[in-house]
Write a protein that binds this ligand. Structure first.
Ligand SMILES: NC(=O)c1ccc[n+]([C@@H]2O[C@H](COP(=O)([O-])OP(=O)(O)OC[C@H]3O[C@@H](n4cnc5c(N)ncnc54)[C@H](OP(=O)(O)O)[C@@H]3O)[C@@H](O)[C@H]2O)c1
Length: 245
């Protein structure tokens, strides 16, 4: 069986840039809902014919284990590295956020990663292949933002989960979190429209300006590499200096 890197959110933004970067070195399972955009990512990758597409809506958390284990079995694939980049960040004050939306944000951003990790640590499904996990959080778990309370909570949950799992799964599996600042992607553009940010210049606080998807992809590549073999249970802020002051 070949060992693959599973990337959720591979159809856009940070996940796509990560896929393109990692495709030079690793065979990939590209996760997302939109078949056409996932296929576009695959064509942008190197070694195109090596990569597999996993279409799944992560909001349906209860079906992840069955669907992903069947996918891995059908394709004779095991997963050595898992990058969770899928996420949603609808803007609304809490009073206008329905319980359904709250649950959807928590499911896509957080519980889907929990379910995937649980499955990938099952010896029956994935042997002892899993070695490294990178979860994409956000600086907003630390600094907060108007209209994004549940989004911030979902990222904070991810960070607490990562620390506990790094202890539980050591030494065989390493887990780390990356906290991006503002990155130019479809979601990043939406976040920039946040009223609070509109009142300030767009680059306010970003000592190095807004970031690019490549900045996060490069950090992810490092954390998956041998160079990071002694790093686990950590949160890396990659934000152009936004949280430096
Ligand atoms: N951009 C920023 O400024 C920024 C800052 C901090 C943190 N982040 C984090 O970085 C990660 C990537 O964000 P991005 O900026 O690259 O956003 P993006 O370009 O909007 O991409 C979001 C990705 O998540 C996937 N996704 C959303 N809902 C899904 C669902 N229900 N099931 C499966 N996949 C789903 C999308 O897939 P579909 O094609 O299926 O829609 C897409 O691939 C997110 O976790 C985000 O919170 C972003």
């Amino acid at each position: 069986m070949d060992n693959y890197v599973l990337i959720t959110g591979a159809s856009s933004g940070i996940g796509r840039a990560t896929a393109i970067r990692l495709s030079k070195t690793y065979p990939l399972v590209l996760g997302g809902r939109d078949e056409k955009r996932l296929e576009e990512t695959r064509t942008m990758c190197e070694n195109t014919d090596k990569h597999l597409l996993w279409h799944y809506d992560l909001a349906t958390v209860e079906g992840i284990a069955e669907n992903l284990s069947a996918f891995l079995k059908e394709n004779s694939v095991s997963v050595s590295d898992f990058v969770h980049s899928a996420g949603m960040a609808p803007l609304a004050p809490l009073r206008m956020t329905t319980s359904e939306t709250m649950r959807q944000i928590m499911d896509v951003n957080f519980f889907s990663a929990v379910e995937i990790l649980k499955l990938l640590t099952s010896k029956k499904v994935n042997g002892k292949s899993l070695a490294c996990v990178v979860l994409i959080s956000s600086i907003q778990s630390r600094i907060g933002a108007k209209g994004q309370s549940i989004y911030c909570a979902s990222k904070a949950a991810m960070e607490g989960f990562m620390r506990a799992m790094a202890v539980e799964l050591a030494p065989s599996i390493k887990l780390n979190v990356i906290r991006p600042g503002g990155i130019q992607t479809p979601m990043g553009d939406l976040l920039q429209r946040n009223q609070e940010l509109l009142e300030k210049p767009a680059d306010d606080g970003y000592l190095l300006g807004l970031g690019e998807t490549e900045d996060i992809a490069a950090m992810t590549e490092f954390l998956l590499s041998e160079n990071a073999k002694w790093i686990t249970g950590q949160i890396f802020t990659v934000d152009g200096g936004r949280c430096a002051h």
